[in-house]
Write a new protein. Structure first.
Length: 340
């Protein structure tokens, strides 16, 4: 059984006694910085010269510094730049300015797990990884709740790494939900697998194939959009509340029978073999190497895949349809501006 931790297991005064620098002000960075600030922690945000995030952070009343200056001021440095640039930021600006006995905090274990960052042996290295998107981490905190976090210690030179990790997790609101103890390796491999096989990769491909199958058979794209994309949220909400069993209880018997008969026909055992191959490439480092090599080359594969996804007809159908929804506040505007 996993070890779970809640607010009562953590001492907020540990992180409140530190000076914290949050490097990056994107999806996770803004959420960590604002939640820490609202929990009474002395926080500054470290950003590159000319970062478009500077104004956003300053408008929230946060102190903003260059990355090197933020690190020099801090006892705790939270690395929330994109995974593919973290090693450069670490080598150029963090490591030379990081005091002995300081703590490095990660929101995902990628760079440590695959060895792109080898932290100095004079600092503590911890992870507090919310299991949800940054914008939800902020919204839940503001509403008095929290997104569950997973917490790990990679390097403990001070002997205080674990209580500080719990204190940090409490300050961002994670322990209002729960903290689960893990390792950098387990977090990295399961996070990448989940997003690739099920949450992002699997679900996106499933929705696109469903939309293509219906529209190629001559059904209206707007009707297909409702059936394969819009309703997915309603189904997932039921799964979130009460597992797959509650979802099956709530849908009609017709739908439930169709689930049993056709689910395994669409997602056949071959798909599980494919998932195992995906997991294999995560474990052996092939995925990480492909991602970083592509990024270092200017991200041609990544950009082409993104353009192809954006050009899929389901996106145009959805954009038009969502304007007509009375009950969904359209968020296409945030998204096109780049929500991070
Ligand atoms: P993001 O792309 O949303 O934001 C990154 C931020 O870093 C931006 O403010 C950007 O301006 C800044 N930045 C870029 N280059 C920089 C540089 N050279 N120096 C300083 N700052 C720089 O990133 P994100 O999705 O929040 O991811 C940050 C970390 O959090 C990653 O390790 C990621 O795996 C992890 N994480 C993200 C989510 C999520 O909700 N997106 C969830 C869990 C964990
Ligand atoms: Mg994840
Ligand atoms: Mg992830
Ligand atoms: Mg039923
Ligand atoms: Mg993103």
């Amino acid at each position: 059984m996993a070890e779970l931790f809640y607010d009562d297991d953590a001492d907020l005064s540990l992180i409140a006694a530190k000076k914290v620098a949050v490097i990056g002000y994107g999806s996770q960075g803004h959420a960590h910085a604002l939640n820490l600030r609202d929990s009474g922690v002395d926080v500054r945000v470290g950003l590159r010269e000319g970062s478009p995030s500077r104004e956003k952070a300053e408008n929230e009343g946060l102190k903003v510094r260059g990355v090197a200056d933020a690190v020099k001021e801090a006892d705790v440095v939270v690395v929330l730049a994109p995974d593919q640039v973290q090693r450069h930021v670490y080598a150029d600006e963090i490591a030379p300015n990081l005091a002995d006995g300081a703590t490095l905090v990660f929101g995902h274990g990628f760079n440590i797990r695959y060895g792109y960052i080898k932290p100095k042996d004079t600092v503590d290295v911890i992870m507090v990884a919310p299991k949800g998107p940054g914008h939800l981490v902020r919204r839940e905190y503001a509403d008095g709740r929290g997104v569950p976090v997973i917490v790990a210690v990679e390097q403990d030179v001070t002997g205080n790494a674990w209580p500080l990790a719990l204190s940090y997790a409490k300050a961002i609101g994670g322990l209002r939900a729960a903290g689960i103890k893990t390792t950098f390796t387990e977090e990295t491999e399961t996070d990448l697998f989940g997003e690739q096989a099920v949450l992002c990769g699997g679900a996106s491909q499933l929705v696109q194939y469903g939309f293509e199958t219906l529209t190629e058979a001559g059904y209206q794209p707007e009707v297909a959009y409702f059936e394969v994309l819009h309703e997915l949220k309603l189904i997932v909400d039921l799964m979130y509340e009460g597992g797959i069993a509650k979802q099956r209880w709530s849908v009609s018997d017709t739908a439930e029978y169709g689930d049993y008969v056709s689910g395994p026909r669409v997602i056949d055992p071959h798909v599980k073999e494919n998932m195992k191959a995906v997991l294999g490439d995560i474990q052996n480092g092939a995925f990480a190497e492909r991602f970083i090599n592509d990024q270092d080359a200017g991200a041609p594969e990544f950009k082409a895949a993104r353009a192809k996804g954006e050009a899929h007809p389901i996106e145009a159908t959805g954009r038009e349809l969502r304007k007509l929804f009375a009950w969904v506040k359209p968020s296409d505007a945030d998204y096109t501006e780049g929500s991070a």
